[in-house]
Write a protein that binds this ligand. Structure first.
Ligand SMILES: Cc1cc2nc3c(=O)[nH]c(=O)nc-3n(C[C@H](O)[C@H](O)[C@H](O)COP(=O)(O)O)c2cc1C
Length: 189
């Protein structure tokens, strides 16, 4: 697909089929991700690909962290909320968690590592779109939770910037019409 068309037509798609995504496709996505620019070529992105039961385990951790935050809900509301947390990672057959390396040298700046990892995420979303896959970038409280980070192998002070939900789309979404760049742009001569 033409790059500009791909950028224009990509959109978040949350509703996906439970059909598996092939390993070959997932590797294509990761390969696209790592083409992103990154200062000092530090390759600060870390990907954790979760499929199958790994998603259930992540859901358990998310439920636990919810319980840590809201221990005093009435039992019925609590069970409902926990079930919701457990089911979140099951929304798609593949989830790719994206973490960011902390700077490993004084010249490396944290925000630049985050920017590079975010660029990798966008590459991945565009590649998914190109392959006819549905993808959605999600974060929420779990992305900032030390227990969730620990489960994924990240340090508590490492940024976990994305859960990229990937699957085969349930239906073709209608085209999106996004606001123009004009009110966000200043031209300087
Ligand atoms: C850093 C980041 C975090 C996001 N977190 C969430 C999220 O937690 N839940 C969600 O529904 N969408 C999340 N999104 C997706 C945005 O909601 C989505 O990109 C936006 O609505 C625009 O839709 P589009 O991707 O179709 O253009 C996130 C996007 C980014 C870049």
């Amino acid at each position: 697909m033409d790059t500009l068309k791909s950028i224009r037509t990509r959109q978040s798609i949350g509703k996906v089929k439970s059909d598996p995504v092939s390993r070959d496709m997932i590797e294509k996505l990761l390969s696209a991700a790592v083409q992103a620019p990154n200062h000092y070529k530090v390759r600060p992105w870390r990907f954790v690909v979760l499929m199958g039961e790994a998603r259930e385990k992540l859901g358990e951790v998310m439920a636990q962290t919810f319980l840590d935050k809201f221990p005093d809900l009435p039992p019925e509301a609590q069970e409902k909320a926990l079930e919701k947390e457990r089911s979140k990672p099951l929304r798609s057959p593949v989830l790719i968690a994206v973490g960011v390396d902390k700077p490993n040298a004084s010249k490396v700046i944290e925000i630049e590592n985050v920017c590079a990892a975010a660029a990798a995420c966008q590459n991945l979303l565009l590649a998914a779109h190109d392959l006819g896959l549905a993808a959605k970038w999600r974060t929420g409280d779990p992305a900032r939770d030390p227990k969730v980070k620990g489960f994924l192998g990240f340090e508590p002070d490492q940024h976990l910037i994305a859960f990229l939900y990937i699957g085969h789309p349930e239906f073709e979404p209608s085209p999106v019409d996004r606001p123009s760049f004009e009110d966000r742009t200043t031209w300087m001569d």
